[in-house]
Write a protein that binds this ligand. Structure first.
Ligand SMILES: Cc1cc2nc3c(=O)[nH]c(=O)nc-3n(C[C@H](O)[C@H](O)[C@H](O)COP(=O)(O)OP(=O)(O)OC[C@H]3O[C@@H](n4cnc5c(N)ncnc54)[C@H](O)[C@@H]3O)c2cc1C
Length: 482
């Protein structure tokens, strides 16, 4: 087996597959491998199997730029996304480059050899692989554990307790009382899906979340797809959704009062006949898009509430009891099944220990240059997608940047490039959302700076322009090939 490559991509999720496609397209002479810890590709979309799992970004921007999405549903199911990723990988021969069951433990850059030395674990054994350039597409959270708060007396609960990251295939919940703890995208997705068969589903939230209805099908997409070639229709729809998202996000940030009013009016309309619930359960204390906005396709979430099959309780957990949850208010929620939709545990760079000539790099002391290159470390890029828009949009910008860098290095006969952050540059978090998991661990990630190539605009169009700019000669330190 080959153990030395021009480029090693770590992770065969959406970002790794996208990066491989761009590499094949723009740097066809480069040898590469994708190292994947799991036994299958798809990352997030292979791991999460809870009822109703789907994207909450529109699928046209969440899908790849290079592979038309031909369905007309606005948001796609997890299984559809997984099929699409697998298809993209096999159509382009990317699957041939994936080494499954291969976990990267550490990566050490050798200055004398001008290459990465990766320590990997496969089949219970450790071995090594070398690479000229390392591109980490490892996502942003731990695969082996989700986040579950310390619930008092959880051990006394006699029902089934589940974290959505580890959904038991055989979990029976028909005609059972289900309580979903949490109010993020996972809870909002799961509630209508489970309410179809459960006796009753209660979403137990500490505080309200912004939830907005989105059309289940996109009639414009249907029309465009029927009259235009698939690629052209996809490009138009992608541009349309990227623009809509950017405009709406900017509007929420610039006019939070206006955005609050607009969303509250929508929620009130959706809860037709149950408007009394709006103030108590659907009026968040934070402004729209300070946390990720949850989507309800076809208003499914609100329909489930209106039908009486599901309800929302705003309270705190005091402790668990054998048959349910005792609330701080004194009330009780009886439950056969409790789902802790309480989030992820963030993890930068897939937990890989990065070092340069044996000196450990603390990733949380670094910055990202143009949203991808790790400051002070040669030939290392990390893929972090958007959190306020489709992850894929930013992931593609970063993949194209990596290809530009590789071509630049070839033109200049460079073995490596390093982006050095200016001394004393102020640090800002990479993720600018106030969601619990970013608050808990966002500071473990590289930071962004205040301006220029060190700033992430969280705006697809600005970021795309900024990443395309020249200035490599000025901004990067190169080491010539010897
Ligand atoms: C339930 C859920 C729903 C989401 N919905 C959306 C959405 O609608 N829109 C959106 O924009 N984003 C969404 N996200 C964020 C989502 O994670 C990204 O959109 C996208 O799937 C990330 O792709 P990725 O390839 O970067 O990372 P991942 O999908 O996390 O894939 C990373 C891959 O890297 C592998 N890996 C990690 N560490 C190592 C290592 N050390 N060695 C080898 N392999 C390693 C993992 O096994 C995995 O296969 C969602 C996230 C979750 C959890």
């Amino acid at each position: 087996m080959t153990t030395s490559f021009d480029v090693v991509i770590v992770g065969a999720g959406l970002s790794g597959i996208n990066a491989a496609y761009r590499l094949q397209e723009r740097c066809p002479d480069k040898t590469y491998a994708i190292l994947e810890a799991r036994d299958s590709m798809g990352g997030t979309w292979d791991l999460f199997r809870y009822p109703g799992v789907r994207s909450d970004s529109d699928i046209f921007t969440f899908g790849f730029g290079f592979k038309p999405w031909t369905g007309d549903k606005t948001l796609a199911d997890g299984a559809e996304i997984l099929d699409y990723l697998r298809e993209a990988a096999s159509e382009n021969g990317i699957d041939q480059h994936i080494r499954y069951g291969t976990k990267v433990l550490s990566a050490d850059w050798s200055s004398p050899h001008q290459k990465w030395h990766l320590t990997i674990e496969a089949d219970g054994r450790t071995s090594s692989i070398d690479a000229r350039f390392l591109y980490l597409c490892c996502g942003y959270y731990r695969y082996d554990a989700g986040y579950t708060p310390d619930f008092a007396d959880l051990g006394s609960f006699e029902g089934t307790f589940v974290h959505p990251q580890f959904w038991p295939e055989d979990l029976e919940y028909a005609d059972k009382n289900v309580v979903i703890i949490g109010s993020g995208a996972t809870a909002v997705t799961m509630l209508p899906a489970m309410a179809r068969t459960a006796r009753h589903v209660t979403m137990l939230q500490r505080s309200a979340t912004w939830i907005t209805p989105v059309p289940f099908r996109d009639k414009t997409a249907e029309r465009l797809q029927s009259i235009l070639p698939a690629k052209l229709a996809h490009s138009i729809l992608r541009l349309r959704y990227a623009t809509l998202r950017t405009v709406f996000y900017s509007y929420c940030r610039r006019n939070p009062e206006g955005a609050r009013k607009l969303l509250l009016e929508l929620v009130t309309k959706m809860l037709d006949g149950h408007e009394d619930l709006v103030a108590e359960h659907f009026t968040p204390t934070y402004n729209p898009w300070e946390q990720r906005l949850c989507a309800a396709p076809g208003a499914d979430f609100f329909k489930a509430i209106r039908s009486g099959d599901a309800s929302v309780v705003s309270d705190r957990i005091d402790h668990f009891e054998p048959d349910g949850i005792r609330l701080v208010s004194g009330g009780k929620l009886e439950a056969d099944v409790v789902i802790s939709a309480t989030g992820l545990q963030l993890l930068p760079a897939g937990g890989i220990e990065v070092s340069v000539d044996g000196r450990k790099i603390e990733l949380n002391q670094t910055f990202l240059w143009r949203g991808a290159m790790v400051s002070g470390v040669p030939n290392l890029a990390i893929c972090i997608g958007y959190t306020n828009s489709s992850w894929t949009l930013r992931s593609d910008i970063a993949a194209k940047l990596v290809c530009r860098l590789l071509r630049y290095m070839d033109r200049k006969n460079l073995a490596s490039v390093t982006a050095s952050a200016p001394n004393g540059m102020p640090r800002s978090p990479l993720f600018n959302l106030k969601s619990g998991y970013f608050q808990r661990a966002g500071d473990q990630f590289p930071a962004q700076g205040p301006r220029g190539s060190w700033r992430l605009y969280q705006n697809y169009f600005l970021d795309r322009m900024a990443t395309r700019r020249g200035g490599f000669d000025r901004e990067l330190q190169g080491q010539n090939v010897r």
